[in-house]
Design a protein around this ligand. Sequence first.
Ligand code: SAM
Length: 251
Amino acid sequence: MSNRPHAPPATKWCLDGRETDLLHWIHARADIKQLRGNPQKVIAAIDEYHNTHNQLINVGNKKGPTIIDLITERKPSLMIELGGYVGYSALLFGDALKAHGGKLLSIELNPEVAAVAGHLVNLAGLRDHVEIIVGASTEVLQDLVREKEVSEVEMIFIDHWQKLYCQDLWLLEELNVLVPGKTMLIADNVIMPGAPDYLQWIQASPAEKKTLVETLDVGSRCPNPDLKYETIVREFDTDFGKDGLAITKVV
Ligand SMILES: C[S@@+](CC[C@H](N)C(=O)[O-])C[C@H]1O[C@@H](n2cnc3c(N)ncnc32)[C@H](O)[C@@H]1O
């Protein structure tokens, strides 16, 4: 299913047909009617598929609750997600955002998994609180700011491709949408597989970043070393091994 132009290649962990198999499996459930309009039951069904059939590269039920706590505490009106996959995190976050009338924009490169996510969001009744946008994060973020759909980032979950974490952070810095005292960045998988350049950047002081920017390949990006970040890395034992979330406040 994934050998299409612009789609990431199939691996033994994902994009080998398991994502559409998940949809068939959910719709074959005896309790399918009870899943309609019930995000928590849809999330529990995805967890069950992950535990009993094929593992899915979702944020999962160990790291997920930490992010829900942050959403509940900070109540962002608009949250952005980079890398939506089959919509597990979109369902979790959308349900938490619904409690205070917030909304999630979930950006996903692969149209096939984005279609699965869109279907599950509809099934869970979260269409008013989750919008799935198909496209490459770097381009979509630029469009959202140019079209004035986003003028400041309140909360962003970065969970797409570790090599892009730093590039997309620099883009957000360049677009001037990171607001001291307001923005929170949450990056997944910073221990496994790891995002060393991202961690180095968000943990460096402005003075260190001014030196660092001279040595890094920033490509066409224009990072802002003057932004100050405070970061904690929360570690978790996940189904795939030890991993972590980098939780960063722009201060
Ligand atoms: C780890 S999965 C996301 C899991 C999801 N956040 C969850 O917890 O349920 C990573 C996803 O990022 C997507 N992706 C990879 N590169 C991307 C890019 N440049 N822009 C948007 N999505 C991308 C992949 O297709 C994949 O579906």
